[in-house]
Design a protein around this ligand. Sequence first.
Ligand SMILES: Nc1nc2c(c(=O)[nH]1)N[C@H]1C(S)=C(S)[C@@H](COP(=O)(O)O)O[C@H]1N2
Ligand SMILES: [Mo]
Length: 309
Amino acid sequence: MLIRKPDDVPSSEITPEPLYQTRRAWLGRVSGALLAGLAAPASLSACEAAGEEEQERSDEPTPLKDVTGYNNFYEYGTDKEAPARLAPGLLRTRPWTVTVDGLVRKPGRYDFDDLLKTSRVQDRTYRLRCVEAWSMVIPWQGIPLRDVLARVEPAPSARFVEFTTLLDPEQMPGQRRAVLDWPYVEGLRMDEAMHPLTLLATGLYGRPLPAQNGAPIRLVVPWKYGFKSIKSIVRIRLTDRQPQTAWNRSAPNEYGFYANVNPAVDHPRWSQARERRIGEWRRRPTLPFNGYAEQVASLYAGMDLKRFF
Ligand SMILES: Nc1nc2c(c(=O)[nH]1)N[C@H]1C(S)=C(S)[C@@H](COP(=O)(O)O)O[C@H]1N2
Ligand SMILES: [Mo]
């Protein structure tokens, strides 16, 4: 993200537009040939075209190997393969304690397994859209954040929720480098945190959350850029001030506090209008609020989302 200059973007992340053009040209030739009366089922070109359309709209879950093999988790390095290579051997996910405190009536330190009992674990397949213009579809399991917050009884003065990742360079060697101001911190406004879509994920694809995906517990906020979905959370703190988030602190002009997926607001160094779904060639249009506008747009009624990006 921040530290990558445009010329650092690996070619695998750039849409192979020429390939797509080639494919179209090839399809064009095939239909041309069909029109010319060559022996092939007349439906072929229609099928192919429909196939492309279908692929563009479908939200098939991203294969497990990509979900667990292509990750951003800067605590293990800035390349996408490092988390899968390093995190499983280094991150100790038991015992794991999550502190929930700040402006609450009943602050507490919860053992992860007790915290899980706060609510029924649910299945939620969500799109995840990285600020770097790639996306995935991930079948998560987890508990709504609102259930955890309800348990600690937020004070009326609580307006924001701050989340903090584990700080331990032994388990997270990337923290030895000043890539970000560690520990990783993220935040939500209270109404965003209480929204029923907002999930504390504890598993994916029906298995315990892999270390590289933020074990044992990470946030998932599907209408926001992926960096809001903080991993390996040890603290949830309610506050009356907007939290200083790690990305907001490191580059405030590039990463705002809200970070709502918005094709109309470009990152200063690249367009956010389209995205590459991992596993696909073509880029697809990015949807406002990552496709969750119906559920969440009302949270931002009257806000200038170009200013509060
Ligand atoms: N602690 C922590 N959480 C993090 C990150 C990180 O570097 N550290 N990266 C974020 C970014 S940029 C993205 S896109 C998502 C990626 O989540 P995934 O690996 O589960 O796909 O995690 C987010 N959560
Ligand atoms: Mo991201």
